[in-house]
Every structure is written in C-alpha cells, then in structure tokens.
Design a binder for this molecule. Sequence first.
Ligand SMILES: [Zn+2]
Length: 364
Amino acid sequence: MGFDQFHGNAPTVTHLREMIARDHLPHAIILTGPRGAGKFTLAQMVAKAVNCLERPLAADGLPDFCGLCHNCERIAQADALDLRFAEAVEARDNLREGDKRETRIFVQTHPEVLVIPPDPPQMLVKVDQVRHVIGQMYYRPSEGRQKFYIFSESNFMKEAANALLKVLEEPPSFATLFLLAENSNALLPTIRSRCITLRLAPLTADEIGQDLTLRTGWTAAQKKLVARLCSGAVGRARSFDLNGYLAARQDARLILTTALGTDDHSALFRATEAYRAGGEGKAKTDLLISVLYSILEDLIFIKAGSLDLVHNQDMQAELTGIAAQVSFDWIVRASDGLGEVQNGMRRNLLRSLSLDGYSSSLEL
Ligand SMILES: [Zn+2]
C-alpha cells in the first residue's frame, strides 16, 4: 500500500511527492498521459498522501500514505471510478424527469475529495459541475488537510471552461485541482497557462511485463502479448480481457484468410453469424474492428521491416505470410473498408452481412 504500488514514471511521482513534502502542491495540475497510464490512480494517491492521518515516510524519505486510516480508506472508495460513476448515473436515471435535468454527475466518497467525471450522454464537463466546485471549494477543509477536485477527463463545454478559468485566477490556498487529459492541447491555452503540466509517459512493454509478473492465470507468453497489445497503458494491461481479445482475433483472422482464399466461406459465415444486433453485438463488433485495425497495422510494420513494433507478436510467422501476399494498397483499402463497416453499424446494417461483405471486398 502506498506510492510503491504505482508502476512507471518514477520522476513524475517523485516530483509530486517532493512538492507534498515541501507543502507546496500547486493549485492546479494538468496530468496528461495515454488512457490507462494511471492518471487517476496517481491523483488519488496524492489526495491520500496529503490527507492521510498517519502520513508515513517511505523508505526513500518522501511522504507516503498508509491506505488504512479513515481518510485513506474513504478516498480509496472512489478508486474504482468506473463503478462509482455507473452508480451515480444510475441514481440519476432513477430520479423524476425534472430532477434528472437538474442533477449533475459527481463521485464523492470523502468530504475533501470530489471527482468530477464528464457528464453523460455528451460526456463533457458542464458549467453546473464547475459551479458546484466553485460553490464548495472556498470553504476550509474540515476532515483533512487539503481539498482536491479531480476532473477525470478534461473535456469541458465552453461555458464550463470559462467558469473554470475564474477559479484558476483566484484559487483558495487549501485546494488543488487535477485536470486529467490524454492530451493537454484539448485544454484552452488560458487554462494551460495557469496550471503546471505533468506528463505520464507510456510504459515500455518490458515495464508492463514486469508489472504483470505476479498476475496469475496467464502464461509468460500471454503476459508478453498483453504487454505489447496495451501500448504502454498499465491500467489497461491489468484488466485486459485476453480471452475476449483472442476470440475476436480468431474471427479477424478468418475474415482475412477467407478473403485471401486460404479458408472457405462457410467457416466465415458461421463466425459472423454470432455478430448480432443489440448492445452486446455492438461491443463484440467494436472489438473485432479494433483487432482488425491492429492486424492491418502489424502487416504494415512487417512490410516496412519494423518487426519490433508488431503488436500480435505471437502471430508474426502467419502475419509475415499474409504480408507477402498483399500490397500496401490492399492494406490501405482494407482499413478504408473497416471505416465503412463502422459507418454501416451506425446505420444499423446487419452486422454479419456487412462483415461477410467486407471480407469479399478484400478478395485478391
Ligand atoms: Zn492513511
């Protein structure tokens, strides 16, 4: 329990902890990094370390958190953000129509730490959410040392961004705002200039592999594959649905081998029949499409001789065979065609037919 549980990006983590040690945490921190790099986890850790009732020192002499005290425990209830977010959305859905419109989504499990997720269905931070932050951030903390406001995805509506700007001009001394973003360019320059920006870099496949060493249920080769597939995102790697991925990849492969004439159509029809209408079918098709994209990308890497970039390394021999049969033009056509399949899904075309059609459009 503590900062040693955070994997990778040691300089950024140390930098934050040194600021906590000096009681010098900035009022607004933009934390950028790819999805799954641990932006939210790190913001939560900082909130715990500042408000921990024990506040132990770690082996390296920097502030840490105990994870067990009343404050750490309550803040940690928001660690499972997806779950808390879904609960908040469900609670709102159960309200009466009029109240529903007035209610904004927040996750708060400790009085000093408020998480502001983007508000569905638009998935943007709305001005009412920022007003709510303004409404409470100027009151001194009562159950901790410092208040934290964590915007878990910094996609602001225009009015919300302008309201936030006012807060950043005159923040109270006892509050810190975290703006988490995949890319800080998504934020207004006027906001960026009032924050410090810290960046979490993607982890290397080796670093992710190390993080997965203790995970049970996967072989060493599977861990290596997951590390490659998650392009540097340790959070994604930890919760990766390997079986789902492998099943989708089997179908993706069938689509390509049928197009190239190495498999007959009946196997493909059997596979695509399982892609049905409805939410579950959509998730299955989305996954299949993303796997197809990653395979097409691998074919390009192989043709270009950049073997170390190949995601599906366990399939490299087979992919090399396919790469030898097709041209760059074919790969471009195949990925354009995937875009059309996605459009077709939006128009609710029958998924199995559109996947069969996609495969035959790629025949040589
Ligand atoms: Zn604690």
